[in-house]
Write a protein that binds this ligand. Structure first.
Ligand SMILES: NC(=O)c1ccc[n+]([C@@H]2O[C@H](COP(=O)([O-])OP(=O)(O)OC[C@H]3O[C@@H](n4cnc5c(N)ncnc54)[C@H](OP(=O)(O)O)[C@@H]3O)[C@@H](O)[C@H]2O)c1
Length: 339
């Protein structure tokens, strides 16, 4: 074979390879390490069955779906959030779809902002199951309001819930894991834990705080190699998060929730979360395009990211004011409210 032919063939192979990788990236719904773990890594079915998992925010959305998928794996569950009736509904469905028995699921109502109750709640879990393998810090609320309109009380409350509530519960569970020298602390942050977007300053601050905190905690636990810390960063996912979001005033509900259909399916997000937990990944991004590309730009080319975010910010704000869901509105034309 001549050199020319060889080099042409090599070029075709390289172009083909790059083309395949490009198509894979366009279709990706998680960061590349996570998708590699999905393909080649440990299966949740092998790693997580028979564990005791405490899920906060288990009455709705991601936490609810997590309870269903974990129950099918055979894990014992502690389901926590404020609404006991909703937790009972989730428990009953878990019993219906899995082989778990009544004794395997503890409904434990808990308000993350009531920090004085967290120690007693931890004691209750330990009395029932003897140990906690995995704590999933998932409970939380988002925000849709501009800083200029938002009361400081909202920032205080969202910090109390998303940040202080989460680290308070972690502080109660961690000594037990340290005693056993094993455990997994999983925190549902957000892609807003490392990028910025208008209308969510308080929420974004809490998620940045969580990322910073848990990255430090991981570094403090290096002498406990079997205690792992995983930060999960989802992009837009179907749930009640927008419905439950804080607005400019503590007691005001969001008027325009908008359609959530364009968002990632909750079941897919949770499957990728389980893969992340089974593989002890330190930080994962779970998001469809174009948000996944935005994550990569924020991580590796922040100057471009700031330029892009500024370009799109007004569109997001205007669309939000017109009742279009803020997460979709970056990439859609302005649609005026008809009334
Ligand atoms: N969906 C998304 O697009 C998305 C994207 C990135 C990150 N996340 C994160 O995912 C997590 C779950 O949110 P989701 O999307 O599933 O929203 P969701 O459907 O609104 O669920 C939120 C959960 O948090 C619980 N919660 C709220 N306030 C609480 C409190 N004071 N104490 C204890 N639990 C409380 C709620 O239960 P009760 O009302 O019964 O208390 C509910 O179970 C959140 O941390 C959120 O920031 C979501």
């Amino acid at each position: 074979m001549s050199w020319d032919l060889f080099l042409s063939l090599l070029l075709v192979c390289v172009l083909l390879y790059l083309g395949v990788q490009l198509v894979r990236f366009v279709r990706a719904d998680g960061d590349l390490t996570l998708l590699w773990a999905e393909w080649q890594g440990r299966r949740p079915e092998w790693e997580l069955s028979d564990m005791v998992v405490w899920v906060t925010g288990a009455s709705s959305g991601i936490g609810e779906e997590l309870a269903y998928q974990l129950s099918k794996l055979g894990t014992s569950l502690v389901l926590s959030s404020r609404r006991a009736n909703e937790l009972e509904r989730v428990k009953n469905k878990c019993l219906e779809i899995s082989n778990l028995k009544e004794k395997d699921i503890l409904v434990l109502p808990l308000d993350l902002t009531d920090r004085s109750s967290h120690q007693a709640a931890t004691k209750t879990v330990l009395q029932q199951f003897g140990h906690i393998d995995i704590l999933v810090n998932n409970g939380g609320r988002s925000q849709r309001s501009l800083f200029k309109d938002t009361s400081l009380d909202v920032y205080k409350e969202i910090m109390e819930l998303n940040f202080l509530g989460t680290i308070s519960l972690t502080k109660c569970v961690l000594p037990h894991m340290m005693e056993r020298k094993q455990g997994k602390i999983v925190t549902v942050s957000s892609i807003l834990g490392f990028i910025g977007a208008p209308l969510a300053g308080g929420y974004c601050a809490t998620k940045h705080a969580l990322q910073g905190f848990f990255n430090c905690l991981r570094a403090e636990l290096t002498t406990y190699p079997e205690i792992t810390v995983t930060n999960i960063c989802p992009g837009p996912v179907q749930s009640n998060i927008v419905h439950n979001a804080f607005t400019e005033d503590i007691s005001k509900k969001l008027e325009n929730v908008g359609s959530q259909e364009h968002k990632m399916a909750t079941s897919r997000c949770v499957r990728l979360m389980l893969i992340s937990i089974a593989n002890d990944l330190k930080e994962v991004w779970i998001s469809e395009q174009p948000f996944l590309t935005v994550c990569y730009i924020w991580q590796y080319a922040p100057t471009w990211a700031w330029w892009l975010t500024n370009k799109l910010a007004n569109r997001r704000i205007e669309n939000f004011k017109n009742g279009v869901d803020a997460d979709s509105s970056y990439f859609k034309p302005l649609k005026k409210k008809t009334n």
